[in-house]
Write a protein that binds this ligand. Structure first.
Ligand SMILES: NC(=O)c1ccc[n+]([C@@H]2O[C@H](COP(=O)([O-])OP(=O)(O)OC[C@H]3O[C@@H](n4cnc5c(N)ncnc54)[C@H](O)[C@@H]3O)[C@@H](O)[C@H]2O)c1
Ligand SMILES: Nc1ncnc2c1ncn2[C@@H]1O[C@H](COP(=O)(O)OP(=O)(O)OP(=O)(O)O)[C@@H](O)[C@H]1O
Length: 587
C-alpha cells in the first residue's frame, strides 16, 4: 500500500473516507497534512463499527493505524532535520564572513599566499559543499558532514604531498624573510594539528627533532640507541623491511609475506637510558624496583629514569639513589621518547596501559614484567629479571607492535571536525556507555561515509586487537591476535537479538554520534579512564593511530598471545573424553 494515499470504504457502503498526503518535491511528506491525515484515520477508525466485523476488516484498520503513525514519525523527523539545516546555514554564513575577513588580511602577504589561499578556498568550498549536500538531503545531514570531512582530508593530503615534493620547501629555504613567518605557520599548523593537545604529528616530530639536533644543548641530550626492525618467519631471518603488502607484477596479484612474519628488533648501538614505570601502592613492586635500579646502574651502567613519586621512594630507601633521574613537570614527559631507549613496566596490564598513555607520539620498546593478577600484555617474570633484561639489552628480540586508536571528541558546536578537544590514544579501547543514566544509549554509528547501525543498549566498545582480550571480550567480542590490525566494534548488552560484534579494517574512521532524539547523553572513557560526557549532537571519531606500542615478547607474539589466553583465561579448558565409549554405534 502506498503511504501517500490511503482510501477506505466500509463494508456497509458508508460514504468513502479518503486520507491523502501531498508529496512535495524533496520527497518528504508535508507535516501538517500528515497530522491531519493521522487525525482523519483516527476519526475514521472510531466511526467505523469494527465490533462484530470479520477479521480482515480489523486487520485493515490496524494497518491504517500503523501507517498513520509512521507518517507522523516521518513528519517529526522532517521538522528536526529542517531545524538542523537552518543551523548549518547559519554556520555557513558565519564561516563565510570569517573567511572574507581573513582574505582581506592576507591580500598583501605574498609569501604565504599560496598556503593561505588554499585554506580559505578549501574552507569556503567545504562550506559550499556542505550546503549543497545538506539542503537536498535533510534526513541525511550527518552523512553530508562526513563527506565534507573526506573532501577536506583529500585536499589536505594533496597540500602536504605538494609540500613534500618541494613546492613549498623551496620557498622556505630561498626566502630568509619567510623564516619567521613559516615558523609561525608551523606553530599554527601544530596548534591546529595534533600537538595542540599533546598528541604528536609526524610533521611536528620531524621539526622538533631537527631543532633539538641543531640546538647548542645537543651534547647535553643523551643520544638514543638506534635499532632496526626486520620481519622474519619460521626461523628465516630477512633483513629487508617489506613495505608492500600487495604486488601487481605482470598483472598477477600476490600478497607479500609481511603479515605472516614476526617482528624482530636488533640494536645497532647499545641502549643507554631506561625508564622504569611502576604500579603504585605495591610493596613487592617497590622491592623489585630498588633491586632493578641498582642492577641496571651498577652492572649495566645505564641511565635510569623513574616517575617523581618513585624517585622520592628510592631516596627514602637510600640517598645513594641520587643518580636516578626524573622530571619536574608534565610538559617534560612529551620529550621522554627522545631520551629513553627502553621502558620497563612493573605491574599488571594497567601499568602497560599507563606507560602507553605517557607517550602521545612514538613509544620506545616496552619490557613488561608481570606483577599483577592476569597479565595479557606482561609476559616477563620478575624472578628472572636479570636474565630477561640481559637478553633484551643484547637483542635481537621479538616484539609485538600493538596498534593504538586515536579518539577525538567533536562537539556539536564545533565549526568543523578538526576542532576537537584533547585527543586520546588508547591501547585497549574507547567505551561509549550510558554512564549513570538508566536509559538505553542511543548511538548512531558510521564507518567512513556509511551508516553502520544504531546502538540501543548499554553502550559500545571500539577496541584494538590488543584490547580484544579485555572489556571487548567480556562484552562478547572475539579474541584477536594483537598483531592483526583492525578495529573491533563490540556492543555492550544490546537490546536486540541479532547484534553480533564486527571487526573493521584498520584504515576506516568510525564515527559515533549521540543523536538529537537521544533520551540521555552518553559517556566516553579511554582505556577505562578520563570519562567525557557526550551530549546530543556530539560525536566521537576513532581511527588507527600512527604510533603503535612495541612490547617485547618472551618468545614471540603468537606464542605469548596463546600462552596468555591459556594461562589467563583457561581458554577452552576441558577434560579430555575417555577413550572407551559406544564406538560400535558408528560402525
Ligand atoms: N567488564 C570488563 O571486563 C571490564 C570493565 C571495565 C574495564 N575493563 C578493562 O579494564 C581496562 C583498564 O585496566 P586497568 O588495569 O587500568 O583497570 P583494572 O585495574 O580495573 O583492571 C581491569 C582488568 O582488565 C585486565 N586487562 C587490562 N587490559 C587487558 C588486556 N589487554 N587483555 C586482557 N585483560 C586486560 C586487567 O589485567 C585487569 O584484570 C580497560 O581498558 C578495560 O578493557 C574491563
Ligand atoms: N605508574 C603508575 N602511576 C599511576 N597509576 C598507575 C601506574 N601504573 C599503573 N597504574 C594504575 O594502577 C592500577 C592497577 O595497575 P595494574 O593493572 O598494573 O595492577 P593490578 O590491578 O594489580 O594488575 P591486574 O590488572 O593484572 O590485576 C591501574 O588502574 C593503573 O592504571
Amino acid at each position: 500500500m502506498s503511504p501517500s494515499k490511503l482510501d477506505s470504504t466500509d463494508s456497509f457502503g458508508h460514504e468513502e473516507a479518503s486520507v491523502s498526503c501531498s508529496k512535495p518535491e524533496n520527497g518528504c511528506v508535508d507535516s501538517l497534512s500528515i497530522f491531519h491525515s493521522e487525525k482523519a484515520v483516527e476519526e475514521l477508525l472510531q466511526q467505523t463499527p469494527v465490533a462484530g466485523m470479520d477479521e480482515h476488516l480489523i486487520e485493515f484498520s490496524e494497518a491504517l493505524r500503523t501507517v498513520a503513525k509512521a507518517l507522523r514519525r516521518a513528519a517529526e523527523g522532517k521538522a528536526s532535520a529542517q531545524a538542523e539545516a537552518a543551523e548549518w546555514k547559519r554556520r555557513y554564513e558565519l564561516e563565510r564572513t570569517r573567511n572574507i575577513q581573513m582574505e582581506q588580511k592576507v591580500s598583501g602577504n605574498n609569501n604565504c599566499e599560496m598556503l593561505r589561499h588554499w585554506w580559505i578556498r578549501s574552507s569556503l568550498d567545504n562550506a559550499m559543499d556542505m550546503l549543497r549536500i545538506m539542503l537536498p538531503c535533510l534526513f541525511f545531514w550527518e552523512v553530508g558532514k562526513e563527506q565534507n570531512k573526506r573532501i577536506a582530508e583529500a585536499r589536505m593530503a594533496e597540500q602536504f604531498s605538494a609540500e613534500k615534493n618541494g613546492d613549498l620547501d623551496c620557498e622556505r629555504v630561498k626566502n630568509s624573510d619567510n623564516q619567521s613567518m613559516l615558523q609561525n605557520e608551523s606553530n599554527e599548523h601544530s596548534e591546529t594539528g595534533c600537538m595542540k593537545h599533546g598528541i604528536w604529528s609526524h610533521e611536528v616530530l620531524r621539526d622538533r627533532e631537527s631543532d633539538s639536533n641543531s640546538n647548542a644543548d645537543r651534547n647535553k641530550i643523551m643520544r638514543k640507541a638506534s635499532f632496526k626492525l626486520s620481519w622474519w618467519c619460521n626461523g628465516e631471518n630477512g633483513d629487508q623491511h617489506k613495505h608492500d603488502i600487495v604486488s601487481f607484477e605482470r598483472g598477477n596479484i600476490t600478497t607479500a609475506e609481511r603479515s605472516s612474519k614476526q617482528i624482530s628488533l636488533k640494536w645497532e648501538s647499545d641502549p643507554q637510558t631506561v625508564l622504569i614505570l611502576t604500579k603504585p601502592n605495591s610493596v613487592s613492586v617497590r622491592i623489585l624496583c630498588v633491586q632493578m635500579v641498582r642492577w641496571l646502574r651498577e652492572r649495566k651502567k645505564l641511565n635510569v629514569y623513574v616517575e617523581p613519586r618513585v624517585k622520592v621512594e628510592l631516596l627514602a630507601e637510600s640517598s645513594n639513589f641520587s643518580y636516578v633521574q626524573t622530571w619536574k613537570d608534565d610538559s617534560e614527559i612529551s620529550h621522554l621518547h627522545m631520551k629513553v631507549d627502553l621502558v620497563i613496566t612493573l605491574g599488571g596490564d594497567g601499568t602497560v596501559l599507563w606507560a602507553a598513555s605517557m607517550f602521545k607520539g612514538p613509544v620506545p620498546p616496552i619490557v613488561p614484567f608481570s606483577l599483577g593478577s592476569l597479565g595479557f600484555m606482561t609476559p616477563f617474570h620478575s624472578e628472572h629479571f636479570k636474565d630477561c633484561l640481559d637478553s633484551v639489552l643484547r637483542g635481537p628480540i621479538s616484539i609485538t607492535l600493538r596498534h593504538r586508536l586515536l579518539c577525538r571528541v567533536v562537539r556539536d558546536a564545533a565549526k568543523n571536525e578538526y576542532e576537537t578537544e584533547e585527543p586520546f590514544l588508547v591501547l585497549n579501547e574507547v567505551t561509549i556507555d550510558r554512564g549513570i543514566s538508566s536509559y538505553l544509549t542511543n548511538l548512531e554509528c558510521y564507518c567512513d561515509n556509511s551508516f553502520v547501525t544504531c546502538v540501543q543498549g548499554d553502550g559500545l566498545i571500539l577496541s584494538t586487537t590488543s584490547g580484544s582480550t579485555a572489556y571487548s571480550l567480556a562484552a562478547g567480542g572475539s579474541m584477536v591476535h594483537p598483531q592483526v590490525p583492525g578495529i573491533l566494534f563490540t556492543p555492550i548488552c544490546p537490546h536486540s537479538l541479532s547484534f553480533r560484534p564486527l571487526i573493521l579494517p584498520e584504515h576506516v574512521t568510525v564515527r559515533i554520534m549521540v543523536p538529537f532524539n537521544s533520551r540521555s547523553p552518553a559517556w566516553a572513557s579511554f582505556d577505562g579512564k578520563d570519562r567525557k560526557l557526550l551530549a546530543a549532537g556530539d560525536a566521537l571519531l576513532c581511527s588507527m593511530a600512527p604510533w603503535p606500542v612495541p612490547t617485547a615478547c618472551q618468545v614471540d607474539s603468537t606464542n605469548d598471545f596463546l600462552r596468555s589466553i591459556h594461562d589467563g583465561l583457561h581458554w577452552n579448558l576441558r577434560k579430555t573424553q575417555s577413550f572407551d565409549g559406544p564406538r560400535d554405534r558408528d560402525l
